[in-house]
Every structure is written in C-alpha cells, then in structure tokens.
Design a protein around this ligand. Structure first.
Ligand code: URA
Ligand code: SF4
Length: 216
C-alpha cells in the first residue's frame, strides 16, 4: 500500500523481523495486515494461510473472496476496512494457532487496534473471539455486538461472527454471516454519537472487562 501510516509502517517492520514465537521459522513472509488508519471497521481473523503467506496480504484466498463478497453485499469494499489476524505468521499446514503463539503476537495486534482506532471490531471465528471476549461461545454469541467500556476513554464495540472459511462449504453459516454483516451499518449508526478514544490509550489488559450487549 502506498501512503501507509508511518507508525503502522514501523510496526510492520518490527513484525517482519519478529522471532518471538516458533512460527517465525516456517513462514515465508510475515502478514501484518492492511487497511486505512484510522478506520471505522476492523476485522480480525486467525492467521495467514498459504496464499496470504506468499502474497504478504491477509485474506486473499477463498475465505478472503467470501469476506469481500459479504462486504460488497452491504455496499462496502475491503479498501475501507482494516484487516488483521491474531498471528502474523502462517501456522504450518494451516493448523490452529496455539495460545502461546497468540500471546507472543498479541502486542502487535493491540498496537494495531490502538492505531486503527475502530468503532467496531469484527472478530472472525473462535481465535479472535477468545482473545477479545474470553468465555464466549461462537455458536451462541455470534452476531451479538458487545460494547466495552474503557474507563475514562469511551466505548468500542466488538462483534464475534463465524470465520468465513468455516462458511465456505456451509450455506447455513454463510446465511448467518450475511445476517451479521447486515448489522454493521446499524451498529455504526448506533455508536456514531459515542465518544471516540484519545490518541494515547491504556493497554487492553488494563481495560475494564465490561461487555454489555449493544441493543440494536
Ligand atoms: N484466514 C484467516 O484467518 N486469515 C487470513 O488472513 C486468511 C485466512
Ligand atoms: Fe512474531 Fe507473531 Fe510471527 Fe510469532 S506469529 S514470530 S509473535 S510476528
């Protein structure tokens, strides 16, 4: 991307050199994520797959195509949203990222969220959901936007949904995803008047873990 935010560029450089977890030894490339800074909507997936690892871009394979279709379905393009993953290096054979790997990579994602300053964070699947909304179950909690109060700073909304890869061959999950994408604009309208964050913010670990469902 051409006019990349300098702080994001610096972060991407750190990720490119990162050896904090074993995934560094099997990657071809690091895939930090991409999109505008700031952005109203941020998607967080699991980790790069084979295509992503080779092309150095998130969600460029079949799951990415579905993500783009779902965005088009609500009149949006992938260029207007930020897309990242909980791990920046491909787990070998597309296995699930392990919790120590997610933990090692967490500071990058945390800084990305701070930079992107999204109003709405869409958590694609269990791995992203576990990190931001621990204790929830994707089958039960998908499509339920949670507002998280951050003391003295304001509110950010998190919505877990099925991972598009899970929906590729399952029409029911695809239907569920389309229903949840249809909630995006109403959620943004609803939180339009909520206070935005200051530019310097506390670590997410220090956030008050108050997850109230945002009534639509
Ligand atoms: N699946 C993910 O979770 N992330 C990608 O970037 C691609 C596929
Ligand atoms: Fe570093 Fe994250 Fe890659 Fe692990 S997955 S090596 S923590 S960038």
């Amino acid at each position: 991307m051409s006019d990349i935010h300098p702080k994001l560029q610096a972060l991407n450089g750190e990720v490119a050199d990162c050896t904090k977890c074993p995934l560094h030894s099997t990657r071809t490339n690091t895939v930090p994520g991409e999109g505008p800074v700031p952005a109203d909507i941020m998607f967080i997936g699991e980790g790069p797959g084979k295509n992503e690892d080779l092309q150095v871009r998130p969600f460029v394979g079949a799951a990415g195509k579905l993500l783009e279709e779902l965005l088009q379905g609500i009149g949006k393009s992938r260029e207007e949203v930020f897309i990242a993953n909980v791990v920046k290096c491909r787990p070998p054979g597309n296995r699930d990222p392990q919790s120590e790997e997610v933990q090692s990579c967490w500071s990058y994602l945390e800084r990305q969220v701070a930079l992107v300053d999204p109003k709405l964070v869409i958590l694609l699947g269990r791995h992203a959901m576990d990190r931001f909304l621990p204790g929830q179950k994707i089958s039960k909690d998908k499509g339920q936007p949670k507002r998280r109060e951050i003391t003295g700073l304001g509110v950010r909304v998190y919505m877990p949904i099925y991972h598009p890869a899970a929906a590729l061959y399952n029409p029911n999950l695809k239907e569920s995803l389309a229903e949840d994408f249809a909630k995006i604009d109403p959620i943004l309208e609803k939180i339009h008047d909520l206070p935005r964050f200051e530019s310097s913010r506390p670590q997410l670990e220090e956030d008050e873990q108050v997850n109230q469902t945002l009534a639509l």
